[in-house]
Design a binder for this molecule. Structure first.
Ligand code: HSE
Length: 416
């Protein structure tokens, strides 16, 4: 007799509907790999979808899923924390496996949810929460098990990478590019989470926790978004053979961790320079491995849903077992941003000729760039500690103000 495993999908938005589509389209391969057919029993959503293929499966009350013994695997694709967190917790406590694409949930409550999954001998999987369709969570945990991870650095947000690429390559405005990303289903419901760097912050927090095996509080990670990046910055970048990318980076050494999210100028030789549009790229450096790069579709319906479906299959293969993945309750401290080192790209009002002395005395040896017809110039410093740079920048601005001039207009960290 053929057995069948029943699942429920919570949230019929971009990802939830993608999961439903893949469960149907790839039914045969999924059944083969899961060892039994995976049948969708419910789709939980506040809305009705009368013309959709799941019209007769739509339910509005979470209790229906929670109390149905037949449902063994629950997909959480609602996003946000409420009600995703209480629903997921209730499922795990009730002995159901949970698969989620929700990085906000994993970053905020992962430690507790992983603990419950261990206790209840079920699985809590979240491959889709970082890098969309790119395999990164499981490779980091499993394939690189023999490594000490020293660095993870990546473009982890499809929406902002799409925006920056359009601004760079097509001279598009920030607002237009954001609208396009929203239309393509890449952006978060509240796009502030993308453009202010919060989404990248949660993702690098999750990856850091995977690498250290300890809990990382995402609020400890310095986070800066891309809203202050302008077309003028890209003009300088072009001159310098560089581009601006939003990076999430974490460096780990002797138990100490440096982590940040910020737009960074990268030059053409950096592999992340070539990661464009909605694609994500993640570089992982291990002490034996050297550097490996993971590249692929970082957001969007089917790529992200594909990672969710893989997790469903792994859960189906391990219905009676807890498969260890993730981190424990032990806390990982994050070093203050002042300790990090970069080169700094700085745009300054006025002419270099008038400010050369102050620039040199405060920032030391710098490279100078000028754009034709603009009453400003830019410098690129040598590598400095962030704390030292900040002190120099404050001193510079103070001097400039005394001369009733306007000083620093822009600062972008650089790896050139
Ligand atoms: N808004 C996210 C992004 C979705 O643009 O990358 C994928 O996590």
């Amino acid at each position: 007799q053929r057995t069948m495993i029943k699942t429920a999908v919570m949230g019929y938005g971009t990802i939830g509907s993608g999961v439903v589509e893949i469960l149907e389209q790839n039914k045969d391969v999924i059944a083969k790999r899961a060892g039994q057919e995976v049948e969708l029993k419910y789709v939980l959503d506040l809305r009705e979808f009368p013309d959709s293929p799941v019209a007769d499966k739509i339910i509005h009350d979470f209790k229906t899923i929670e109390t149905d013994e037949e449902v063994k695997i629950v997909v959480e694709a609602m996003g946000g924390l409420n009600p995703a967190y209480p629903f997921v917790k209730a499922c795990l406590l009730g002995g159901k496996h949970v698969v989620t694409s929700n990085k906000a949930l994993v970053a905020a409550y992962g430690t507790e949810l992983l603990e419950i999954a261990r206790e209840k001998k079920v699985n809590f999987f979240f491959e889709a929460s970082v890098g969309g369709g790119i395999p990164i969570i499981r490779p980091l945990y499993r394939c690189l098990m023999g490594e000490r991870i020293e660095e993870i650095s990546g473009i982890l947000n499809g929406t902002t990478n799409y925006i920056l690429t359009k601004m760079d390559k097509e001279g598009e405005s920030f607002e237009n590019a954001l609208k396009e990303a929203q239309n393509l289903g890449y952006a978060e419901r509240n796009p502030e989470a993308d453009v202010e760097g919060h989404d990248t912050c949660r993702k690098i927090a999750i990856l850091t926790a995977m690498a250290t095996g300890k809990e990382v509080n995402y609020e400890d990670i310095y986070t800066e978004g891309i809203t202050k990046i302008t077309d003028i910055d890209f003009k300088y970048a072009e001159k310098m053979g560089a581009s601006v990318k939003l990076l999430g980076t974490s460096r780990m050494k002797d138990g100490r961790v440096n982590a940040y999210v910020a737009p960074v100028m990268l030059d053409k030789t950096n592999p992340l320079y070539a990661v464009n549009d909605v694609f994500n790229g993640i570089m992982v450096k291990g002490n034996m491995l050297g550097t490996s790069m993971f590249y692929g579709s970082g957001a969007g319906k089917l790529p992200t849903a594909s990672a969710v479906v893989a997790d469903i299959i792994e859960a189906a293969q391990n219905l009676e077992d807890h498969v260890e993945i993730g981190w424990t309750e032990e806390k990982q401290a994050i070093e203050p941003m002042d300790q990090a080192s970069f080169r700094y790209f700085v745009r300054i009002a006025g002419s270099y000729r008038n400010k050369e002395q102050d620039v040199k005395s405060l920032f030391g040896k710098v490279e100078v760039y000028e754009l034709y017809g603009m009453d400003e110039f830019a410098i690129l410093t040598q590598e400095m500690k962030e704390g030292e740079f900040k002190a120099a920048a404050i001193a510079f601005d103070t001097k400039e103000q005394a001369q009733s001039d306007f000083g620093i207009k822009q600062m972008i960290r650089a790896m050139l």
